[in-house]
Design a binder for this molecule. Structure first.
Ligand SMILES: Cc1cc2nc3c(=O)[nH]c(=O)nc-3n(C[C@H](O)[C@H](O)[C@H](O)COP(=O)(O)OP(=O)(O)OC[C@H]3O[C@@H](n4cnc5c(N)ncnc54)[C@H](O)[C@@H]3O)c2cc1C
Length: 402
């Protein structure tokens, strides 16, 4: 990685903290209560537009396409501070992390200028159509077919787990253009208008009532060749590039579940055998363990940021952080439900996963999306312990013979 200009992060953080304190409360926490899904989405769009106006949206994206043209470190600093509020950020979490940046790297110039600014202002949402029923971890096993027709391609097949497809205006999609070559070699990458005839989006009902996931069906969907990102057969390479864009995602504990402090508060006000739960040995052990893990995670985070500031690539720290955060969150959630006794089983469908233990316990998505726990363990085994790679029996075989 090239040494980049190191900004004054302390000053940037102070600016961000002050700006957030002035504006975020109108869009966060109590301001979101009682709103319908559409109203919350509108609030999210308004927040995104306000950030864009003040240079806090698309922080690392080029200015000529509507971004702020700043460094990754500034983006990390802003995210750390922004995550302290319960803001409606999820609708844009996929859109602006991966599909929009990859489109801005590879699409023809007129598309970049036309589609970049409205996406960064929150007027458009982009989705990422990668996973399929038989292709998740093993993305290269995907089966959605794209066949040449005239000056474009016709797509047939299915995607699944597509976040926010039901409200998406545009999407990026990987399809199989040649099944006669090994699986990684026969894929091609496109972007498409989600209103294209032949696309059907069906919502997936989730246990926690989160309205984010969908199945997406493609029936003779035509995509002009000009909307190809990268070369024919280069789709896997572009997919990996897409997933690597966020070299280091800020997965701070405050953004994914109730804080350790919230758990301590709950333990202070709950009773076990007539005594405050905070005096119970098992509860105290859980608190101590979560605290030690949190300190470790914060150190790992600081180390990664320091390495990036020195112009180095972040290591596999992200994998450790995500693995531990997902597990700690569910462990504390389970214990919180025990402490609440019969009340623990009451599920409030309007609660936020950031403040509600029941919801955070029931939602395992942090342990699946962006790499499952088992796959992260593989990453750590291979990249830190230097263990041999997973056995890959279909390596080198044509896709249609594997
Ligand atoms: C909330 C959420 C949002 C998502 N949003 C999107 C989206 O917007 N776009 C999109 O394309 N996808 C999305 N996904 C899908 C996500 O990328 C996949 O769920 C993930 O890649 C895992 O794939 P899978 O579900 O097919 O599970 P599989 O890959 O089939 O895995 C099943 C089980 O096998 C284990 N396993 C698999 N391979 C190995 C291995 N090599 N070694 C050990 N264990 C292994 C896994 O850990 C898991 O326990 C989303 C998922 C969630 C939960």
């Amino acid at each position: 990685m090239q040494q980049q200009h190191i900004p004054d992060l302390k000053a940037y953080r102070e600016q961000a903290v002050a700006w957030l304190a002035e504006h975020a409360p109108r869009f966060a926490g109590a301001a979101r209560e009682g709103r319908s899904g559409e109203e919350d989405l509108q609030l999210a769009r308004d927040w995104q537009a306000l950030k864009a106006k003040h240079g806090y949206a698309g922080i690392t994206l080029p200015r000529e396409y509507g971004g702020a043209g700043r460094t990754e470190l500034e983006k990390i600093v802003f995210s750390e501070e922004e995550m302290r509020y319960d803001l409606p950020l999820l609708y844009f979490s996929v859109s602006l992390s991966n599909p929009v940046p990859i489109m801005l790297r590879h699409a023809p110039e007129d598309y970049r200028r036309r589609l970049g600014p409205p996406a960064i202002r929150g007027e458009h949402i982009w989705c990422q159509l990668f996973s399929e029923p038989a292709a998740g971890t093993d993305l290269a096993a995907l089966r959605l077919r794209a066949e040449r027709r005239g000056d474009g391609w016709v797509l047939n097949g299915q995607k699944v787990w597509t976040s926010w497809a039901q409200v998406a205006d545009w999407g990026v999609v990987i399809a199989r253009t040649d099944p006669t070559v090994p699986k990684h070699a026969g894929l091609t990458y496109f972007f498409l208008d989600m209103k294209t005839p032949g696309i059907t989006v069906r919502p997936i009902r989730r246990l926690v009532n989160e309205p984010d996931l969908n199945e997406v069906f493609f029936d003779d969907v035509f995509i002009p060749d000009v909307q190809r990102l990268g070369g024919v057969g280069q789709g896997f390479k572009v997919a990996v590039e897409t997933l690597m864009i966020e070299r280091y995602a800020v997965t701070d504990e405050s953004g994914y579940g109730p804080t350790l402090e919230a758990f301590v508060e709950l333990a202070r006000h709950s009773r076990i055998n007539g005594r405050p739960a905070l005096e119970d040995g098992e509860v105290r052990t859980a608190i101590a363990q979560a605290f030690v893990e949190r300190q470790g995670l914060r150190s790992i985070h600081r180390r990664a940021v320091t390495a990036m500031a020195a112009g180095k690539e972040p290591g596999p720290e992200g994998a450790i952080r995500k693995l531990l955060l997902g597990r700690t969150r569910q462990r504390l959630g389970a214990l919180a439900l025990d402490l609440r006794g019969a009340n623990g089983a009451r599920f409030n469908p309007d609660a936020s996963q950031v403040t509600d233990f029941a919801r955070s316990w029931m939602d395992p998505s942090l342990r699946i999306a962006g790499g499952t726990d088992e796959v992260l363990i593989n990453t750590l085994a291979e990249r830190i312990l230097g263990l041999p790679q997973d056995y890959r029996p279909d390596k080198g075989l044509p896709f249609n013979q594997s």
